[in-house]
Design a protein around this ligand. Structure first.
Ligand code: C5P
Length: 320
């Protein structure tokens, strides 16, 4: 019987949206080993679902439902577990101890839909949604600044998901500036068999000789502020494409397949291995996905979300 079938205490069901990077400029490696970057990030309707319940017993219990053929650890190595733990630690540090005195813990069920090692930010998004949900579930009242610090300590992409929608990330990814919502875009996301490790991708970028610093993010921000859809499509770029396509030629081939199937522009998601292709409209996105289905482990037609829709607790969410 699922842990969540035990009907005690308040219960939350939250969404954790995937993301793409409309631009991803990676600059130099810093003294702390991370790279400075600039990226326009965008949430998608593709999402995981997280169910949380207060438990009359201490500690955190995590259960995962994953699609056939994929594996996600349901232990303390999972970012969901670590996010819940980090919210509880922050609460204790702030003197919020009533849940502990009452011997309460948290039970969590993670329903995974976002493919892992795809560059879609699934683990980071789960972590951000869990931070917000545990904060609300146990009435911890952690201030936004504290949540942002906890998010950054969990991973470079986690702070973006506290904001969602369209936003610029700088620093190592933790410095977030929200941008106005884009008009809805339809796209196709394809994850091939290959997996790309983020740490490997950054190291591979460092070994590219005479790497130029791109200004795609800056140009993209200008296009977005001006509401210029054509330039917004044209300015998409991702610095990881050069080393990742060189190491995984099948991804370069998939790029061309998506273009030939009708995508207007195709780019790598984060450091890969998934690719996204922007479609002219919803019908075209579904037609392109139909042409790719059965040939790759994960193919889906999705749309971008607004900031309000990307809120884990949002009551209105696009059907896609
Ligand atoms: O922060 P996160 O744990 O997601 O990063 C995973 C790895 O990606 C880091 O260990 C580092 O090797 C690399 N990374 C980086 N610069 C960034 C973000 C990540 O070098 N800005």
């Amino acid at each position: 019987m699922s842990l969540l079938n035990q009907q005690t205490g308040p219960f939350y069901r939250v969404r954790a949206c995937a993301k793409i990077n409309l631009t991803l400029d990676v600059f130099s490696k810093r003294a702390d080993g991370y790279h400075s970057l600039a990226s326009v990030m965008q949430t998608l309707c593709l999402h995981d679902e997280i169910l949380l319940r207060i438990h009359a017993g201490p500690g955190i219990t995590l259960e995962c439902e994953v699609p056939e053929g994929s594996a996600v650890p349901a232990d303390s190595s999972n970012l969901v577990y670590r996010a819940a733990e980090s919210a509880l630690e922050a609460a204790l540090a702030a003197g919020q101890t009533s849940w502990q005195r009452q011997g309460q813990g948290v039970r969590i069920l993670l329903r995974k839909r976002i493919p892992t090692q795809a560059g879609l930010g699934g683990g980071s998004s789960d972590a951000a949604a869990t931070l917000l949900a545990v904060n609300r579930l146990l009435g911890l009242h952690l201030p936004a600044e504290r949540l942002r610090a906890q998010a950054a300590s969990l991973g470079s992409d986690v702070p973006f998901f506290l904001t969602g929608g369209t936003a610029v990330a700088r620093g190592r990814g933790e410095s977030i500036r929200p941008l106005p919502d884009l008009p809805r875009l339809w796209l196709v996301v394809v994850k091939p068999e290959e997996n790309v490790s983020t740490a490997w991708a950054y190291a591979a970028l460092d070994s590219v000789p005479e790497r130029a610093s791109h200004r795609a993010t800056h140009r993209m921000e200008e296009a977005l502020q001006a509401g210029d859809q054509e330039r917004m499509i044209a300015f998409q770029s991702n610095d990881f494409e050069l080393p990742v396509f060189a190491r995984f030629p099948r991804l370069a081939w998939l790029h061309d397949e998506l273009t030939m199937a009708g995508a207007r522009t195709v780019h790598l998601c984060g450091s890969g291995s998934a690719l996204y292709g922007i479609a002219p409209d919803e019908a075209a996105a579904r037609a392109i996905a139909g042409r790719m289905e059965g040939r790759f482990p994960f193919v889906t037609a999705v749309c971008t979300t607004t900031r309000a829709e990307a809120d884990p607790f949002a009551s209105h969410f696009p059907a896609c």
